[in-house]
Design a protein. Structure first.
Length: 380
């Protein structure tokens, strides 16, 4: 059986205040094309369909159109779950009136996790879809006050699913969480609590032939090819600029072994970091890519970001090499806003505290305040 595995679409997300709608259009088109070209039997989306629980209407319409195309243009069954960014109830509502012979959509946690059973020439394959859930929800769902961490939640879900897997069926698990051994990036929302991030050991998935994971944005194997993060289809932070974004094509054999193949995704706009003197960078060919500028000039350059954006309109960060080397700056986890551009400082702050840059209305307020400040400065 052939499976195409992706995750972490984060529809509705912005990159430092810049809409990613067109970027998402491109990668969603490539997913549909890959399903057709590789004749995938199953399409897995392992959580974080949307970037937040109440996504903008444009993101909802975009996903609805995407799923309509998958249904009409391919023969693939669809298995998708809610991630930690999603509203479980919203995702769960998508399962109403769907063809349960071709789709398994899971939003909230459930006491009984029934699989989607599909067949190929080698027999049956059971797909268990385990949506993300916090401890308090799991304690209520499974009537177990002893659930106290992500491992307990996942074990309860696996137990609820495993008992419904037919004997001799190959088993695929779809889950969303932080599995031990995974490498994170800056753009994931951490699953934190007192004591730090708690991970789930791979032993939880004993018996599964393939585990399709979501949450971590870097594509990576956790246990050879058997347990894998597909990664996000777009880069959401500058630390992901060197990551090749992709989907994972999985061939599940008769004996339950798997072979994976990476299907690259080509973004409309890349994420890049440019380093050098301002005068030299202004001579670089113009680009629509998302750019982080690291200036090596020793002095503070006047209107640096404004001048940079004349060449790179989607420049999102600007800092100085000497500041990035400073210990007090490194304590900020590598994040340094463009201090010479208040718009960028405000945008970066809002993204940090609420995972979203300023809205159109808020940008208007920011511009009005800055304009007032400039007028007052001019009168002095």
């Amino acid at each position: 059986m052939r499976i195409l595995h992706t995750a972490d679409l984060h529809l509705g997300r912005q990159f430092h205040g810049i809409s990613l709608e067109l970027d998402h259009v491109a990668v969603l088109d490539q997913m549909v094309s890959a399903l057709v070209e590789h004749q995938a039997d199953v399409f897995i989306i392992a959580g974080d369909i949307f970037d937040r629980a109440s996504p903008p209407a444009t993101a909802v319409r975009q996903f609805n159109e995407f799923i309509r195309r998958v249904a009409n243009e391919t023969t693939a069954a669809v298995v998708l779950i809610a991630g930690n960014h999603d509203s479980g109830d919203r995702i769960g509502a998508m399962s109403v009136m769907t063809d349960d012979r071709r789709a398994l959509i899971r939003g909230p946690l459930a006491e009984e996790e029934y699989p989607l059973i599909l067949y190929d020439r080698d027999g049956s394959v059971a797909f268990s879809a385990l949506p993300f859930g916090y401890e308090f929800a799991a304690r209520e769902c499974f009537a177990d006050e002893g659930i106290s961490n992500p491992e307990d939640v996942m074990r309860a879900q696996i137990q609820a699913a495993k008992k419904h897997v037919p004997e001799n069926a190959r088993w695929v698990v779809v889950a969303h969480g932080f599995i031990a051994g995974g490498g994170e990036s800056e753009s994931e929302r951490p699953l934190t609590r007192v004591g730090g991030i708690e991970t789930v050991p791979i032993s939880v998935f004993e018996g599964a032939n393939y585990v399709a994971l979501g949450h971590l944005h870097k594509p990576q194997n956790i246990d050879a090819e058997r347990i894998r993060y597909a990664g996000s289809p777009l880069a959401f932070g500058f630390d992901e600029s060197d990551d090749e974004k992709s989907m994972t094509l999985v061939d599940l054999s008769a004996d339950g072994s798997v072979k994976t193949k990476i299907i690259p995704l080509t973004p409309v706009r890349s994420v890049r970091t440019l380093r050098g003197k301002l005068a030299d960078l202004l001579e670089v060919p113009s680009s629509e890519d998302f750019i982080k500028i690291v200036l090596t000039d020793e002095g503070q350059m006047i209107d640096a970001m404004k001048r940079v954006r004349e060449v790179f309109p989607n420049a999102a960060q600007l800092t100085y090499d000497r500041l990035e080397r400073a210990p007090e700056v490194n304590s900020l986890d590598g994040f340094v806003p463009a201090l010479d551009d208040p718009r960028n400082v405000i945008s970066s702050f809002l993204e940090h505290v609420r995972d979203q840059g300023p809205s159109k209305h808020e940008n208007g307020l920011i511009e009005a305040v800055l304009s007032d400040i400039h007028e007052r400065e001019a009168l002095k």
